[in-house]
Write a new protein. Structure first.
Length: 376
């Protein structure tokens, strides 16, 4: 049995090695390392796949969020509603731009932002909502968009963990996450469902004027070289990473199917096991399983985490300290915010290995070790 990893990028690479090597060598031969033709082709292909009219590649997912907020013209003191149960990148850019993060609770089943909590948190200073499609599960975008339209708010989708996820609307239409809100942002960090071999990110929108502003912000505030109309930044996807992503995008649906097959195996193994709650699959979307995250009830999560490590089974706790309890937000008095679901989840979640190259023997080892621990 191969050593079990949370994500096996090496084996995945070997399956597409010829394609990737040829593409990377082609970039080296052309020496078009910045804004080479692969960048534009990948942006166009991602827009077609996702259903986004405009895609602006950038350096990473954190930059994508920052550029989105800058392009929307948000001003210091403007309030941005966001979940606390997320990776810190979602929330740190809010504070970085001197905006005010307003942390709200999540749905206990989906782990995504609770629309009812959004509604209660809106004030005259609220300007935007940042829903996070956590672990590969889509937030309730139909309700979120209805709330945003009613209150004239921007919606910035943090789609770093759910690229390729379909959302089913009550009118019978289907849209992909990242192509629903005012702006969608994503990350191509290597461990993502669509990951490159370094850092990378992208921003998407249906609005042409907004897309032009996003491009300017990401390019030093210029649309014509040396003429800087906006305060911007320097954030771009390099050509080698775009070449890798152009290839991997063609495999993304197969990668998602492989992850869902692993999730099916876990679901069957842990079905009806007391104390183990397997991931909820919302009928309103198609979970793409960036992570497979259990919620333990009456089982010592940290003891299981340590036991699995002793049995050569990696596991992760995403996220042990929610954003509203981080020191970086002390000036906002965020720790005083009452988020009971978030606090409950942070003490009970544990994520298991899930990736595109998992073997039956590995899955049996993981599930048998967990069942051994919880039944002893």
């Amino acid at each position: 049995m191969r050593a079990i990893q949370m994500v096996d990028l090496k084996t995945q690479y070997h399956h597409i090695k010829e394609e990737v090597d040829a593409a990377v060598l082609g970039v080296l031969e052309s020496s078009a390392f910045i804004n080479g033709p692969h960048v534009g082709r990948f942006a166009s292909a991602l827009g077609t796949y996702q259903g986004s009219a405009h895609v602006v590649p950038c350096a990473n997912g954190t930059d994508a969020l920052q550029i989105a907020m800058m392009a929307l013209g948000l001003q210091p003191g403007d309030e941005v509603i966001t979940p606390s149960f997320t990776y810190i990148a979602t929330t740190e850019v809010i504070a970085l731009l001197r905006l005010t993060p307003v942390f709200v609770d999540v749905d206990p089943k989906t782990f995504c932002i609770d629309p009812e909590a959004i509604e209660k948190a809106i004030t005259p200073r609220t300007k935007a909502i940042v829903p996070v499609h956590l672990y590969g599960q889509a937030a309730d975008m139909e309700r979120i968009m209805e709330i945003a339209q009613r209150h004239n708010l921007f919606v910035i989708e943090d789609n770093a963990q759910a690229i390729g996820c379909d959302v089913y609307f009550s009118d019978g239409t289907t849209k992909k996450t990242g192509a629903i809100g005012t702006i969608g942002t994503t990350s191509f960090f290597p461990s993502k469902n669509l990951g490159c071999y370094g850092d990378g990110g992208a921003i998407s929108t249906q609005d042409e004027a907004l897309a032009n502003t996003l491009r300017m912000v990401a390019n030093h505030g210029q649309s014509v070289r040396y003429y800087h109309d906006l305060v911007g930044c320097n954030s771009r996807l390099d050509t080698i990473q775009a070449a890798v992503l152009e290839i991997k995008l063609k495999h993304l649906d197969a990668y998602i199917d492989a992850r869902r097959a692993v999730a099916d195996h876990y679901d069957a193994a842990f079905k009806d096991v007391p104390g183990i709650n397997t991931p909820f699959r919302s009928p309103a979307s198609r979970h793409v399983f960036h992570q497979y995250t259990l919620v333990l009830d009456g089982i010592d999560r940290d003891a299981l985490h340590a036991y699995l490590a002793s049995e050569n089974v990696p596991s992760m706790i995403y996220y042990p300290v929610p954003a509203h309890r981080q020191k970086m937000f002390a000036s906002f008095n965020a720790a005083a915010t009452e988020l009971p679901v978030t606090d409950w989840l942070t003490e009970r979640v544990i994520s298991l290995p899930i990736h595109t190259e998992m073997e039956p023997e590995q899955l049996h080892h993981i599930t048998s070790r967990i069942l051994s621990f919880v039944t002893k």
